[in-house]
Design a protein around this ligand. Structure first.
Ligand SMILES: [Zn+2]
Ligand SMILES: [Zn+2]
Length: 393
């Protein structure tokens, strides 16, 4: 039996969308460009639509609804629901449910809906072309979303909504502008196809190409170029270990317009409770990964007893720092609970607790700093190891 026969059947509507539309774009957009031409306003609209659709997927579908990395007020939710439907990537409910499965079973070829282990093509768009998933959708991992009226409204009215955003809106703009065909081709078709593929890069290329500073437990990678193309989602290694953080690019210089948008929304009261992972946990993840690499390297190089002893000492210090951090956190949250319980009435006691709180914060900062120093020492150790290997070679 050939492998083609064992594959599930194609889904005609998805083939038309994901294969037919790109082909149409490749043929029709240049043809209309040569025959009639496009003007700057049409290109400007296409770019604007690209960002509105793309960031409704990354900021809305992904960080808000799939991961609950922050909370949004109703107007922002409606905005994401409408412009997200314009991205033609299914309803929020289906998208977020699939995505939660992707995180939970990442790289598990049987249960991760777009597992990178099944190849670049499969994780990019192959998974959508055939009936790989069961006929009955399973939303058991998205009960919270089923209680969200905006999500359910969008799910029920998804088809007219996406037709309105992708076809009627460009037709309206084109009629006003005096070139319906050109506007539909650029703002409707080309923008849609480009947005599809840049978003799909997150499932495909961001699991193949880039570095893994935070964890090597899964295939997700950090890649600055992909972040630029994907509205900030290219820091995928960070995202897979800290999925509840509203940021993907955590450094100020890392390109993450989705994070900036959420931040801006919080300043004007449209977003609240932005979740951030404590710096210490981030440093800990990086060091953990670096220790694993160092151990591996030392194991391969054999005769480096002195370096091995240093590494073991560093690792011990690392473990102690983590234990101290955990103890401090427990102390801190214990105090917060006590305060919430309304036990403290007197001002003196309140001030004393405030002082203790600040002292705990200082100790936490010191621990963060000690991890940073440890990273530097570990880097030096690795350089030393490389020198030693070069000498032996
Ligand atoms: Zn992923
Ligand atoms: Zn995610």
């Amino acid at each position: 039996m050939s492998t083609a026969n064992t594959k599930p059947p194609l889904i005609p509507i998805n083939v038309a969308i994901f294969v037919g539309l790109p082909l149409a774009a490749v043929l029709l957009v240049p043809a209309w460009g040569l025959y009639h031409g496009f003007d700057a306003l049409q290109w400007g609209w296409a770019l604007l639509f690209l960002y509105l659709n793309g960031m409704s997927i990354t900021g809305g579908y992904h960080r808000l609804w799939s991961h609950r990395a922050y909370e949004a007020r109703s107007p922002l939710k409606w905005f994401f629901a409408c412009w997200g439907a314009g991205a033609l990537q299914n309803s929020i409910l289906i998208w977020a449910s699939d995505h939660r499965r992707h995180h939970r079973y990442v790289d598990d070829d049987a249960r991760d809906p777009y597992s990178a282990g099944r190849g670049l093509w499969f994780s990019h768009m192959g998974w959508m072309l055939r009936r790989y998933q069961r006929n009955q959708p399973d939303f058991s991992n998205a009960r919270d979303l089923e209680n969200d009226p905006v999500v359910m409204w969008q799910h029920r009215h998804y088809v007219p909504l996406t037709i309105g955003m992708n076809l009627l809106l460009p037709i309206g703009l084109g009629a006003w502008h005096g070139d319906i065909i050109g506007t539909v081709l650029l703002v409707g078709l080309l923008r849609l196809v480009v947005n599809h593929h840049v978003t799909f890069f997150i499932n495909s290329l961001a699991h193949y190409w880039g570095s893994r500073p935070y964890t090597e437990a899964n295939s997700a990678r950090d890649n600055g170029l992909l972040a630029f193309l994907t509205y900030g989602e290219g820091y995928h290694n960070f995202h897979h270990i800290f999925q509840g953080d509203y940021r993907n690019g955590i450094r100020w210089w890392q390109w993450d317009p989705t994070k900036w948008m959420i931040n801006l929304c919080s300043r004007v009261g449209l977003a609240t409770n932005l979740r951030r992972v404590p710096d210490f946990r981030i440093q800990r993840a990086i060091l953990d990964t670096e220790f694993q690499r160092a151990h591996r390297k030392l194991q391969q190089s054999g005769n480096c007893e002195s370096l091995r002893a240093i590494l073991e000492r560093e690792y011990l210090e690392f473990t102690e720092s983590i234990n101290r951090w955990k103890a401090l956190q427990a102390q801190r949250y214990g105090r917060t609970r006590e305060q919430l319980g309304g036990v403290l009435e007197e001002k003196r006691q309140h001030l004393q607790h405030k002082w203790e709180h600040a002292a705990v914060r200082t100790k936490l900062k010191e621990l963060e700093y000690s991890l940073k120093m440890q990273r530097k020492r570990l880097g030096l150790l690795m350089e030393q190891l490389q020198l030693q290997q070069a000498r032996l070679a």
